[in-house]
Ligand binder design. Structure first.
Ligand code: SF4
Length: 223
């Protein structure tokens, strides 16, 4: 599997925010979000091919019970099934972070799905493919049945709510598993959006999701 980085940090997003976790970040993505915060896994994928047993061995060096398999898009990473099975066999709680456009057989405890809204469409040659792929309702519903799930949305403007409501409706998601996070890679930009996103959450019954790693460390790699 092509790995961009393996590191120990705290989960910054979602229902397990704050939990110390080892992150295994695969490189390679089928989407190209305009605001991608890990362009070294999508726009300019970097990394090293690693055997699954070497990844498991490196994860085992850290004092963590939680593993987060992320990307890029981990569902297109070769060996994702073997990796997630190996992590669970080692007794770890496994979260998979995916954009929800591809299904793969995996073992996990939390399917953390972040469907990409229209605010993610890039300019240029990737625009059409990105827009065509970004919402796959049948894949979303299938992923939501694998294990516990959460739907995380990156929100850039109040107008994003219409699209969020539509996705929640077609997936029949429970509203308290829907998490809205402000778009941005610096704490000032996140704070600018926090108040009106919180009001949307109050009105709709969604959860407001902080991005703790940005608040604590800013736009840095490996945290
Ligand atoms: S799906 Fe994730 S990794 Fe891929 S381009 Fe979008 S934000 Fe980046």
């Amino acid at each position: 599997m092509k790995i961009a980085e393996i590191f120990y940090s705290i989960q910054g997003e979602g229902s397990l925010a704050g939990v110390p976790s080892v992150f295994v970040r695969s490189s390679g993505c089928n989407l190209r979000c305009s605001w991608c915060d890990t362009p070294y896994t999508s726009w300019r994928p970097e990394g090293t091919e690693m055997p699954i047993d070497a990844i498991l061995s490196e994860v085992g060096q850290f004092p963590a019970r939680h593993a987060v398999v992320t990307g890029g898009e981990p569902m297109i990473a070769r060996g994702i099934g073997e990796l997630t099975a190996g992590l669970r066999a080692a007794g770890m709680h496994v979260t998979i972070e995916t954009a929800g456009t591809v299904f793969s057989d995996v073992s996990c405890d939390l399917m953390s799905i972040s469907p990409k809204l229209a605010n993610s469409i890039p300019e240029g040659e990737w625009a059409r493919q990105h827009d065509r792929l970004r919402i796959q309702s049948d894949v979303l519903q299938r992923l939501m049945r694998v294990c516990g799930y959460q739907l995380k949305f990156v929100v850039a403007a109040p107008g994003d709510l219409d699209e969020i409501r539509e996705i929640v409706k077609i997936t029949n998601a429970e509203t308290d598993r829907v998490i809205l996070m402000p778009e941005g890679t610096d704490p000032v930009r996140l704070r600018e959006k926090a108040a009106w996103i919180a009001e949307i959450c109050k009105a709709e019954g969604f959860r407001y999701g902080p991005r703790l790693h940005v608040d604590i460390w800013g736009d840095r790699r490996g945290v």
